[in-house]
Design a protein around this ligand. Structure first.
Ligand SMILES: *Cc1c(COP(=O)(O)O)cnc(C)c1O
Length: 392
């Protein structure tokens, strides 16, 4: 008998395929790195957020194995019931030192950190004021909060002020990504902080793509703009430059004390696992000691972006190692990506609805693990395919 009640799934999946939005996920036969193996072939990896190579760093693997020997793997339960492990405390203290804040709270992912922090800070009758390009986890966290939502045009301070003026009584929470993941541009945080101070709004920045990348030795966007003490809430992830998995909320001691009591993903979902915690702790320690890998990342990014421009292709408005190579129409970007893979380069095409129509691109994620010869190899192929597709 057919399960008619489930037929909507076939319809919806077919719709995604018809629109070219169906996601086909590649299987990687090994660790993350400059090169990865797909279907037995080594391909140059431009698809990961493993900015500094920490996802398979030998020092981090060693530290993690030691921690497993001492603490096991699982946290037992939520921390409010099973207790906090010493290693969670160590990570929270190390992150607070690194970011220059009073306190931090570690969550299971960056996505979860937003679901934890936003509903705890804004409720019915309050207003969340959000950049139009903010990450999905900010949008979902805002929905969970039941607060009013207002969106301002991307990075537009006049637009933000207009919204602030129109916002009624109640708490106001301005939320922005620190670095925007599709274009690589940086939020104008000094302007946001000034407006927030003028209108009595709280400030909240999600620094997922900024940690380990911008600021002194990768200390993040607040450090980049020297705004220590003037941003109320910082959210971060361990899954990008730190190479692992997990999330963090950073701010004042009072903020963290409050979130421990109130944030539902903290009180109703178990703590970060021991391996994730230990690996992240070692990653932060390495970064605290040396900015060498961060420098290498930026060197690589500058080198590749210059090379792409010399070919005659455009890298959009990026200010970071996120490198969009602008193509135009979605089908052409998809064709470009397919040809790149034939040439042993793994780089995703990104089209509508992730970016506006006509602004499809190849999104190249540069890493400190790439060598100059890797980048030269890639530039050569970008030139070749650009010519084939008559883009240059
Ligand atoms: C990647 C990302 C997240 C999600 O982080 P995870 O730790 O992978 O869940 C959240 N916010 C922003 C802005 C991101 O770029």
């Amino acid at each position: 008998m057919t399960q008619e009640k489930m037929n909507f799934i076939d319809r919806e999946l077919q719709e995604l395929k018809d629109e070219g939005l169906y996601k086909d996920i590649k299987t990687l036969e090994g660790a993350q790195g400059a090169w990865v193996q797909i279907k037995g072939e080594k391909v140059l990896n431009f698809c990961s957020n493993n900015y500094l190579g920490f996802a398979a760093d030998s020092r981090i693997k060693e530290a993690t194995k030691k921690a497993i020997d001492k603490y096991g793997v699982g946290p037992g339960a939520v921390r409010t019931i099973a207790g906090t492990m010493t290693i969670h405390k160590e990570l929270e203290e190390e992150l607070a030192r690194f970011k220059g804040v009073e306190a931090t709270l570690v969550l299971q992912s960056g996505f979860m950190a937003n679901l934890a922090a936003i509903p705890a800070l804004a409720d019915k009758g309050d207003t969340i004021i959000s950049d139009e390009l903010n990450h999905a986890s900010i949008i979902d966290g805002s929905r969970l909060s039941r607060a009013n939502k207002k969106v301002y045009p991307h990075n537009d301070m006049e637009g933000l002020e207009k919204v602030l003026k129109e916002t009624p009584e109640g708490k106001k929470l301005i939320i922005t990504d620190g670095v925007f993941s599709m274009d690589g541009d940086i939020a104008p945080l000094p302007g946001i902080v000034e407006l927030a101070e003028k209108y009595g709004a709280m400030t909240f920045v999600d620094d997922a793509h900024g940690e380990g990348v911008v600021g002194r030795d990768g200390r993040g966007i607040v450090d980049h703009f020297n705004l220590h003490g003037r941003v109320d809430v910082e959210v971060g992830t361990f899954s990008k430059a730190l190479g692992v998995m997990g999330g963090v909320i950073a701010g004042s001691k009072k903020l963290v004390e409050y979130l421990v009591q109130k944030a539902r993903p903290f009180t109703f979902s178990s703590a970060l696992t021991v391996p994730d915690t230990a690996a992240t702790l070692e990653a932060v320690r390495i970064l605290s000691e040396s900015g060498e890998l961060v420098e290498k990342l930026w060197d690589n990014a500058r080198y590749f972006q210059e090379g792409i421009k010399e070919i005659g292709l455009d890298t959009g408005v990026t200010e970071t190692p996120i490198t969009p190579v602008m193509i135009g129409e979605a089908h052409q970007a998809a064709e470009f990506s397919k040809k790149l893979l034939e040439e042993k380069i793994f780089a995703q095409s990104i089209g509508f609805p992730l970016v506006p129509r006509g602004k499809a691109r190849i999104r190249v994620m540069i890493s400190a693990t790439h060598s100059k010869s890797d980048l030269d190899f890639a530039l050569d192929k970008f030139r070749k395919i650009g010519k084939e597709l008559k883009l240059v």
